[in-house]
Design a protein around this ligand. Structure first.
Ligand code: SF4
Length: 303
């Protein structure tokens, strides 16, 4: 079916179902274009809880739809392709985390929102890439921190806070496709460009960047910056998002290979199918959801 017809079908079904379409900043352009709201995973999950619609079509990956289901248990949260997972979130299991907690009984567990509901349920306080430093600083002095699953975000936070941290050995395969040599090459072409990278990148990349920011932070940074050109070191979907929001600026992907195959599994056809069938719906067992929600709530209280 042509794209225009698919979009029309989505709009009609959305009205019929009383649904809202949310899309992560890494989604393909055609999904970003049809979304009612774009954002990072936590923005979108929080929006799910406050939205008046009863049906949420979450165009992202599994842990994001799960977080929305945790924060909005009374709503139907649809993930158009249930196989859209996150390899980094899957690198940390609740069982292995439980074993590590037993080895470090005095540790406070801080977990990145890019994690499964079961891991969040074993967590003291969640964090995002934007507030990870503040969350770790809020841990009482003298108590070690177990941090996961991203070792690069963890290492970056450790450097900023100088806290004793036991960091999980997880990473994002997509962000590891950005190399310092690519950025150095691009700097030679775009002499005045600001280099913005995500904290999930390799430390060798973060070290040569001008700023290290999550996707929400990048949007705020560009808005306030006087610069006209930006080299963007994160998943390439973000470049489309930035270009659309700031058409008068220039955005260059640090690496065209930094493409998350799971994010790109969501298609217009799958959004149509999800709205037609009200499936696949993502649910979280109430006891797991309750404990995970408390860890997210503690993060929100820290700010
Ligand atoms: S970009 Fe990385 S962290 Fe984000 S969903 Fe893809 S694999 Fe997971």
């Amino acid at each position: 079916m042509p794209r225009r017809e698919l979009v029309q079908k989505i709009l009609a079904l959305k009205a019929e179902r009383g649904a809202v379409i949310l899309a992560h900043n890494y989604q393909p352009p055609e999904i970003q274009d049809v979304a009612d709201r774009l954002g990072d995973s936590l923005d979108l999950s929080r929006f799910s809880a406050s939205a008046s619609e009863r049906v949420i079509v979450f165009c992202g990956v599994h842990f994001m739809a799960e977080t929305a289901a945790i924060l909005a248990p009374e709503k139907t949260v649809l993930l158009p392709d249930p196989s859209a997972g996150c390899p980094m979130a899957d690198m940390m299991s609740a069982e292995a985390l439980g074993a590590l907690k037993q080895k470090h009984p005095d540790a406070v567990v801080v977990t990145y929102v890019n994690s499964t509901a079961e891991v969040k349920a074993e967590t003291d306080v969640c964090c995002t890439s934007a507030n990870a430093v503040a969350v770790v600083r809020s841990v009482p002095a003298g108590r070690p921190v177990i941090f996961g699953p991203d070792k690069y975000l963890g290492g970056w936070v450790k450097k900023q806070t100088d806290r004793r941290m036991i960091v999980w050995n997880g990473w994002c395969p997509t962000h590891q496709k950005i190399f310092p040599e690519q950025i150095e090459q691009l700097r030679k072409i775009h002499l005045d460009a600001v280099v913005m990278v995500h904290p999930e990148v390799n430390p060798a990349v973060a070290e040569i960047a001008d700023v290290v920011l999550g996707t929400g932070g990048m949007l705020r940074y560009v808005k306030e910056s006087a610069a006209t050109t930006f080299i963007v070191g994160t998943e390439i979907g973000m470049v489309y998002r930035l270009k659309k929001k700031f058409p008068d600026r220039q955005f260059v992907a640090a690496s065209k290979h930094a493409l998350c195959p799971n994010m790109k599994k969501i298609t217009l056809e799958k959004v149509v199918s999800a709205l037609e069938r009200l499936e696949p719906a993502i649910t979280v067992a109430p006891d797991v959801a309750g404990r995970a929600r408390a860890a997210i709530q503690r993060m929100v209280e820290i700010g």
